[in-house]
Design a protein around this ligand. Structure first.
Ligand code: 8YV
Length: 312
């Protein structure tokens, strides 16, 4: 008999097709666990597939007493109540590695776009302003100091790319790594003060919420730029918007926001800001690889094997 699983949120059609071949699927609209359907099917469900955005609450886990595995589409699992899953003995898997290159590419793309004014330059041409004069000079990327917040897989991939640009690197994170030579800061304000550009590649969640606060933003300053491809929750967004609008922060490249898909409209008018709709991993190849990994983790588990990418 095919195991019964719950699917929360919108998964890619190719992933749904793969799951439909192997499981009896029950679709839930949200991860809150209040759905009437749950009372009926809850006791039979052994697996759950969700997205990093929608996640899975403690209430939903509790509504599924036979739940064995949560397979999350995305590397960030801040929307999954991982502690509760662990306490219940439920395995949580995510999709690391397969998205690392794409996310790092977008981080560096945003860095250069913001600091060199690429999007502003495009608008300058399209608006016919070039006919009336030159665009203001921008700042140099490749002799800057790039601060990386979170030197995990993605942070390291960003660092490799930044090294290729010729810029210097320093990092802040939970710990110093013995296998890299980049200067380590245990004080984020100090790193923001010393660096020219700050790239956020840390995970979301309660531990990192608003780690980029007003002090960090002020320390980065009017010539500095903030790039965020991690989570919107890392940044005190109202403080960021205020600093960008007033020019106390030079610029920002943002792929993630506190209340997606809602983006503070005050940013729309700013040429110093480049905005993206949370697309760092959004290439055909990577999204398919993520989908394959979500399915492979479930398949391994239900074949009695260890999933490929369980959380540690
Ligand atoms: C996904 C992401 O867009 O992997 C992550 O943590 O933020 C993105 O790759 C998202 O998780 C999909 O729900």
């Amino acid at each position: 008999m095919r195991p019964e699983i719950v699917v929360v949120g919108q998964l890619m059609p190719t992933l749904m097709e793969a799951l439909e071949r192997d499981y009896v699927i029950h679709r839930l609209d949200d991860a809150a666990g209040g759905d009437a359907l749950l009372a009926k099917i809850g006791p039979r469900v052994r697996g759950l597939a969700t997205t990093g955005h929608v996640g899975c609450t403690a209430a939903l886990i509790d509504a599924l007493p036979k739940l064995e595995i949560v397979s999350c589409f995305g590397v960030g699992v801040d929307a999954v109540d991982v502690d509760h899953a662990r306490a219940r003995g439920v395995i949580v898997t995510n999709t690391p590695d397969v998205l690392t290159d794409d996310v790092a590419d977008l981080a560096v793309g945003l860095l250069i776009a913001v600091v060199r004014g690429i999007v502003a330059g495009d608008r300058y041409v399209r608006d016919g302003k070039w006919l009336t004069g030159r665009m203001p000079l921008m700042r140099k990327v490749s002799d800057g100091l790039v601060g990386i917040v979170g030197l995990g897989r993605i942070g390291r991939a960003i660092a490799h790319r930044v090294e290729a640009l010729g810029a210097r690197i320093a990092y802040y994170g939970r710990r110093r790594y013995g296998d890299v030579d980049y200067p380590f800061y245990d004080d984020l304000v100090a790193l923001a003060r010393d660096c020219d550009f700050l790239i956020l590649s840390a995970p979301g969640g309660a531990d990192t919420r608003h780690m980029v606060n007003r002090d960090v933003i002020e320390a980065l300053g009017p010539n500095g730029a903030l790039i965020n491809i991690g989570r919107g929750s890392l940044v005190d967004e109202p403080a960021l918007v205020e600093a960008l609008v007033s020019g106390r922060l030079g610029g920002a490249g943002l792929d993630v926001f506190e209340d997606e898909p809602h983006v503070p409209e005050a940013l729309f008018a700013l040429d110093t800001v480049v905005l993206q709709p949370h697309v760092a991993s959004a290439t055909v190849q990577t999204r398919q690889a993520m989908a394959d990994l979500v399915a492979a983790n479930l398949r391994a588990h239900f074949s009695g094997e260890r999933p490929l990418t369980p959380l540690g």
